[in-house]
Design a binder for this molecule. Structure first.
Ligand SMILES: [Zn+2]
Length: 231
């Protein structure tokens, strides 16, 4: 029943994008994608202003990360879950760009992220792009790029292994699952400080694996930004 309701809402949003992606209320003329009340209530982390925060700590002792931050805490059943669901499964591509712009306006003002020169979205395997039609991280990267005024490269790295859905797996299995699944595809990126971008961070194992791959390019600083983080 819940799935059916979710499906109806997603289907509805697809054709009536003037509804809030979080609460499905009709948006006012000045609102875009998410209503002001949902945006206001969203539990923001403020991590873009703290060098030492719970997101960067996930990489301690594993891979060197300059700065890491997430826009909001992931709350099950709350606005942020509906938004990410709509972005990932309901074809709401403009929402991804909007979220990138939203977070980009904060990152742009943060000294921790001001030296980022290019954005790299975490790639999906081509099979997944084929079935979903798009990579939500690329959309977020596009929005960030617009606002931060730096380019994004979606072909710098590629995902070589199609991993199964990770939600049911243990932390250890998840780590095993994403090791060595990325590979540098196009070396022609001259930027020396790259911002890796994903929609959500859970254990951090996917981003860790991705960062290890990017680091192989040599002499590169890596920072990380996601829209949500699971506590
Ligand atoms: Zn709303």
């Amino acid at each position: 029943m819940v799935n059916l309701l979710r499906f109806s809402r997603d289907f509805f949003n697809l054709f009536y994008p003037q509804l809030c992606a979080a609460c499905s209320r009709t948006l006012n003329s000045g609102e875009k994608f998410v209503c002001a009340a949902c945006l206001w209530r969203m539990p923001k982390t403020g991590f873009h202003l703290e060098h030492d925060n719970p997101v960067i700590r996930r990489f301690w002792g594993k891979v060197t990360i300059e700065s890491a931050a997430s826009f909001a805490f992931f709350d099950k059943g709350e606005a942020i879950q509906h938004i990410l669901h709509s972005l990932k499964y309901a074809g709401n591509k403009e929402l991804g760009i909007f979220l990138g712009e939203l977070y980009g306006s904060l990152l742009k003002q943060s000294p921790l992220f001001s030296t980022c020169e290019a954005i790299i979205p975490v790639p999906l395997h081509r099979k997944k792009i084929k079935s979903r039609g798009y990579n939500q991280s690329v959309l977020i990267a596009e929005g960030l790029s617009k606002v931060m005024g730096i380019p994004f490269y979606q072909n710098f790295i590629e995902r070589t292994v199609a991993t199964s859905t990770q939600t049911q797996k243990s932390r250890y299995a998840r780590f095993e699952n994403v090791e060595n699944v990325f590979r540098i595809k196009e070396k022609a990126v001259s930027a020396r400080h790259l911002l890796l971008v994903d929609d959500v961070i859970t254990t951090g194992s996917t981003l860790e694996s991705c960062a290890r791959c990017v680091a192989e390019a040599g002499n590169i600083k890596i920072s990380i930004a996601t829209i949500a983080c699971v506590e």
